[in-house]
Design a protein around this ligand. Structure first.
Ligand code: FES
Length: 134
């Protein structure tokens, strides 16, 4: 049912955990299966220099989380945003059709973490420019 790559990432997931002082955090859930995924990123000069995940979910959700962190590590934010749900599934040499939604969570959580990073950056910029105006 699962490719060797899915099994390998499920049994030895990469980048598990959280980043205490993360620059961006994205959490997404699937209301149907109840699975939950959080991705933490550390960003320097627009490059993802560290990334970790915590997933409460099925084996495919864990494998896709692990894979998306490997795919995004060292990438620029633009490159990471271009990683699609299908890219994650393809990198894992496919997922059973009934498990394709699991790869959606991984790509969506990554994108949510990047959005969160950008929002935080804008807020900080707004606060700083408010100080400068005083
Ligand atoms: Fe829901 Fe896998 S069954 S993410």
């Amino acid at each position: 049912m699962y490719s060797d790559k899915v099994m390998e990432h499920f049994q030895n997931p990469r980048n598990v955990g959280d980043i205490e002082d993360a620059d961006g955090v994205g959490t997404v859930g699937n209301p149907v299966c109840g699975d939950l995924m959080t991705i933490y990123i550390k960003v320097k000069d627009d490059v993802i220099e560290d990334i970790k995940f915590k997933t409460f979910g099925c084996g495919a959700a864990i494998a896709t989380s692990s894979m998306v962190t490997e795919m995004a590590m060292g990438k620029t934010l633009e490159e990471a945003l271009a990683i699609t749900r299908d890219d994650v599934a393809d990198e894992l040499e496919g997922l059973p059709p009934v498990k394709m939604h699991c790869s959606n969570l991984a790509a969506d959580a990554l994108h949510a973490a990047i959005d969160n990073y950008r929002e935080n950056k804008t807020k900080i910029k707004d606060i700083c420019s408010a100080c400068e105006e005083e």
